[in-house]
Design a protein around this ligand. Structure first.
Ligand code: ATP
Ligand code: MG
Length: 408
């Protein structure tokens, strides 16, 4: 089929040609919007999306933001980062995004003077969170909002004032945070506190997050009441029927289709993971000679798609690890338990638990593994064990062989 017309979107955070299987989350978010519009006295709980790499969290988060934007909410999006620099830049991004969002909101909703006041407040807030001391020309007795220099208080005042303004227009204020587990502790705590208080004040503020499976426990570790504050949704692979839709809908729109056997093969190979479905869909599109995709097209697409994943999706993660971290992951992949005990990994490496705990922590920080329960770890990337085993298997010289050696 013509390469230029390929409708599939394998990649990170790319809006899929058909976003399927997420109706429950979209409806749950839309209900929040309706509550705000109807001024229901309890504002409801915002969503926290968690799941493995490539399962479609970012795509869904973006979809929820689009929905909020379509209804003229005041929205901003942040992507948290693990590096020190990245963490600082998220705070700067917060100020900038808010400024732009208030401007957009004020134009759409004709807010006028109130917007000027909010913009001035965000300006002060940006200065205070960036840690820049300026001599403020502050008349005696005047207390400026969101400029105390205490992150908790400033975020709270900012959220209060913006929420009150948008509530007057029967709209909401939402902050969408991707990779939320990487947000710095202070900013995370301040945002959760603001969420808590907003629910008490019935102010329409929503902190909507997406991140790795560890995200719910990161939030409760920050503030124990976070457990009751959010609507936690585990984002998983698609079931057979929705996975079929993810492949078939984009093809049909372009005048192509699958034989049912071909479809079954691709779904089985993908285990319903959206990233893999997009990769196999893109491969079969490029390979097929005619517009009804056959079993032999599917078999070839699985081979090409997997090679593609082994050349991109997996190494993209693997390359982030150092030599010792790779040895740890190879040991993990060598154990039969998909969620091995850290003690078993240390035994496998013929070392003590304490000497590998730093490596484990680094891998968690890099988002390659997480701890599903105390004393256990698991990969955040679906199929990572198999990838490592495929590459380190001396009987299998076929692939790029990246992890064959643990590296430097
Ligand atoms: N509901 C869906 N239906 C079909 N395809 C989807 C769906 N959601 C996401 N995808 C596709 O799956 C791939 C991965 O999506 P996305 O980047 O949102 O995953 P993620 O969970 O954010 O991954 P990561 O943890 O690596 O950030 C993309 O190619 C995207 O187009
Ligand atoms: Mg993502």
């Amino acid at each position: 089929m013509q390469h230029e017309l390929n409708p599939y979107t394998p990649g990170s955070g790319l809006a899929p040609p058909a976003l399927v299987g997420r109706d429950a989350e979209i409806v749950a978010f839309d209900q929040l919007r309706i509550r705000v519009r109807k001024q229901v006295p309890t504002v409801g709980r915002p969503l926290i999306l968690s799941g493995f790499r490539g399962v479609g969290k970012t795509a869904l988060l973006n979809q929820l933001r689009n929905l909020a934007d379509q209804h003229d909410w005041l929205t901003i999006a942040l992507e948290a980062q693990t590096t020190g620099e990245g963490r600082a830049s998220v705070r700067t991004q917060l100020g900038r995004e808010l400024t732009a969002a208030i401007r957009r909101f004020s134009v759409k909703n004709r807010v006028g003077d109130a917007a000027q006041r909010l913009l001035a407040m965000v300006g002060d807030f940006s200065i205070s969170v960036a840690g820049i001391e300026v001599a403020r020309n502050q008349p005696a007795g005047e207390i400026r909002r969101a400029a105390s220099g205490s992150l908790d208080i400033d975020v709270q005042e900012l959220v209060d004032d913006i929420s009150d303004e948008v509530a007057a227009k029967q709209r909401g204020f939402a902050i969408f945070v991707d990779e939320m587990q990487d947000l710095d502790d202070d900013l995370l705590a301040a945002l959760i506190t603001a969420q808590h208080r907003s629910q008490q004040r019935t102010a329409p503020f929503y902190l909507v997050g997406a991140g790795l499976p560890s995200l719910p426990s990161t939030l409760t570790a920050s503030r124990s009441y976070a457990e009751r504050l959010f609507n936690y949704r585990r984002i998983g692979p698609l079931d057979h029927q929705t996975a079929a839709q993810a492949l078939v809908e984009p093809a049909r729109r372009m005048g192509a289709d699958y034989s049912s056997e071909a479809l079954d093969l691709l779904i089985e190979a993908s285990h319903g993971y959206p990233y893999f479905l997009q990769e196999y869909g893109a491969s079969i599109w490029d390979l097929a000679a005619v517009s009804t995709f056959t079993v032999s097209d599917a078999k070839a697409a699985i081979e090409v798609g997997q090679a593609q994943l082994d050349a991109g999706f997996y190494p993209g993660r693997w390359d982030r690890a150092t030599g010792t971290e790779r040895r740890y992951m190879i040991a993990m992949a060598g154990l039969p338990d998909p969620e091995p005990m850290t003690r078993a990994i240390a035994d496998h490496l013929e070392t003590t638990l304490s000497s590998v705990s730093g490596i484990r922590d680094e891998l968690i920080k890099k988002g390659l593994i997480y701890s599903p329960e105390r004393g256990r770890v698991a990969f955040t990337v679906p199929g990572m064990s198999e990838y490592i085993r495929r590459q380190t298997d001396p009987e299998n010289p076929g692939h790029a062989g990246r992890p064959r050696h643990a590296g430097p």
